[in-house]
Design a protein around this ligand. Structure first.
Ligand code: FES
Length: 107
């Protein structure tokens, strides 16, 4: 497990990651997606498990699902489960908002 810290404080993270805006973040040599909803953060693989479209071009619904822009498959951002469509689940990564920034754990 690899641990990365984004930002340098809780306030800093809340400021640089606006709510409901899909962000691409480079952690180590991996590019991942990051989304904040209120004070909850979702970190996930940025390419769709179906055919590899960029989920950063996707949209978010009220159920905290991300919708792929290419074939509209939906993935639960809390669990990674595919909710609509036929492919493997989305890889998601643990996050923790701390006073020292946002911690992201990659396998
Ligand atoms: S590439 Fe994402 S649903 Fe097909």
């Amino acid at each position: 497990m690899k641990k990365f810290t984004l930002g340098n404080s809780r306030e800093n993270i809340l400021e640089i990651i606006p709510e409901r805006t899909l962000k691409k973040v480079l952690v180590g040599d991996k590019s991942i997606g990051l989304l904040r909803i209120e004070n909850r953060f979702h970190a996930f693989q940025s390419s769709c498990p179906h055919k590899g479209a960029s989920l950063l071009e996707g949209s978010i619904n009220q159920l905290e699902e991300i919708i792929c822009p290419l074939h509209q498959y939906r993935f639960d951002l809390k669990t990674g489960s595919v909710r609509a469509g036929y492919c493997s689940d989305l890889e998601i990564y643990s996050t923790e908002l701390t006073n020292k920034g946002l911690i992201i754990l990659l396998p």
